[in-house]
Design a protein around this ligand. Structure first.
Ligand SMILES: [Zn+2]
Length: 283
C-alpha cells in the first residue's frame, strides 16, 4: 500500500493489490475521518494502524463514496465508527453487497473476516458538512459511476476525494453516462488544488483541466461510437473495433485493467441506448 500526505492532516492511500483503488484520511486533534476503505482487509488494517499509531487518533467517522466492495467492505475494521453514505448506498449494500460478499468469501479466504457494516447516517441530495479539527468536509452527491456516488471536498484545502465519479478511465457499467458527464463537469468548475480519484494517482492543480477534458472527450467518444453501432445490424461487432485509443485514452491506466473496463463500458452503454436510457444529447 502506498501512502502520501496531500496537505496538513490529509493523507491518501493507494492499493498495490487491487486496481490502484484509493482511500483517504482527514485527521483532527482527537479523532479522524476515513474516506473509503481499501479492497482487502490487510490494507484497510494497515491504514488503521497508521492512523492510530502514527497520527495518534482513532477513527470516528467512515465515509463510503459508494457501495462497491473496494470502497466499503472495510467498514467492519473501524468498530464504533459512524458510517456516512448516500441513502441509496445503504440499500445497495443490503440488496447486492451482502449476497456478493457471501459469494466472494467462498473464493477468497481473506474475505471471511469481513462483515458488511451498513451506513448509519445517510442523505440523498444537497450537501452535508462535517467539521474535523480546523477543516470542513463538504459531502455531496456525485453520480454516474453508480447511483449512490458521493464526493468529499476538504473545503479549506480545495482537495476533492471524488470517489469513482473521477477515474483515469470513466467507468459507467453500474451507472449512467449522462450523470457521470454532469459530475465531471461540476468537478471541473470547483476550483480545486487536487483531485483524489477513486482509482489511480492524485491529480495536481496544473493537470486538472486536461484531465477533465480528456474524461469528457472519452464520454463523448463512446456515446458517439455506441450510437453509430446501435444503427447497425452487427452492433457488437462494430463496437469490438472501437479501441480505447480511438476514444482518446491510453491502455496503460489502472494497472492493465483499462482495456477490459473500456470494452465493458461500450457493451453497457449499447445496452442503455437500446433500452432507451440514454438521453441522446451530447453535453
Ligand atoms: Zn466503484
Amino acid at each position: 500500500m502506498h501512502r502520501e500526505r496531500v496537505s496538513e492532516n490529509v493523507f491518501w492511500f493507494q492499493s498495490d493489490v487491487y486496481a490502484q483503488v484509493t482511500a483517504g484520511v482527514v485527521a483532527g486533534p482527537q479523532w479522524a475521518v476515513v474516506i473509503d476503505t481499501l479492497a482487502l482487509p490487510d490494507e484497510t488494517l494497515g491504514m488503521r494502524e497508521f492512523i492510530e499509531h502514527e497520527l495518534g487518533v482513532s477513527v470516528r467517522y467512515v465515509i463510503n463514496t459508494h457501495y462497491h466492495a473496494d470502497h466499503s467492505w472495510g467498514n467492519c475494521f473501524f468498530p464504533g465508527a459512524t458510517i456516512i453514505a448516500h441513502s441509496r448506498c445503504r440499500e445497495l449494500l443490503i440488496e447486492r453487497g451482502i449476497p456478493s460478499l457471501e459469494e466472494a468469501s467462498k473464493q477468497n479466504a481473506a474475505l471471511r473476516q469481513v462483515k458488511i457494516v451498513l451506513p448509519h447516517m445517510t442523505f440523498d441530495h444537497g450537501e452535508m458538512t462535517l467539521r474535523v479539527g480546523k477543516k470542513n468536509l463538504n459531502i455531496m452527491p456525485a453520480l454516474g459511476h453508480s447511483e449512490d456516488g458521493i464526493s468529499v471536498l476538504v473545503e479549506e484545502d480545495r482537495i476533492l476525494f471524488a470517489g469513482d465519479a473521477f477515474m483515469p478511465l470513466p467507468y459507467i457499467v453500474d451507472g449512467n453516462v449522462d450523470d457521470i458527464a454532469a459530475s465531471i463537469k461540476r468537478i471541473g468548475r470547483m476550483g480545486l488544488e487536487n483531485i483524489v480519484q477513486g482509482h489511480g494517482d492524485v491529480i495536481l492543480r496544473g493537470e486538472i483541466e486536461a484531465a477533465i477534458k480528456e474524461n469528457l472527450n472519452y464520454i463523448s467518444a463512446i456515446k458517439k461510437a455506441v450510437r453509430t453501432a446501435a444503427r447497425r445490424k452487427a452492433a457488437m461487432e462494430y463496437l469490438e473495433e472501437i479501441s480505447i485509443e480511438a476514444c482518446g485514452k491510453s491502455r496503460v491506466h489502472l494497472g492493465g485493467l483499462a482495456v477490459s473496463l473500456h470494452e465493458r463500458n461500450l457493451r453497457a452503454l449499447l445496452h442503455q441506448v437500446q433500452s432507451g436510457k440514454d438521453t441522446g444529447d451530447d453535453n
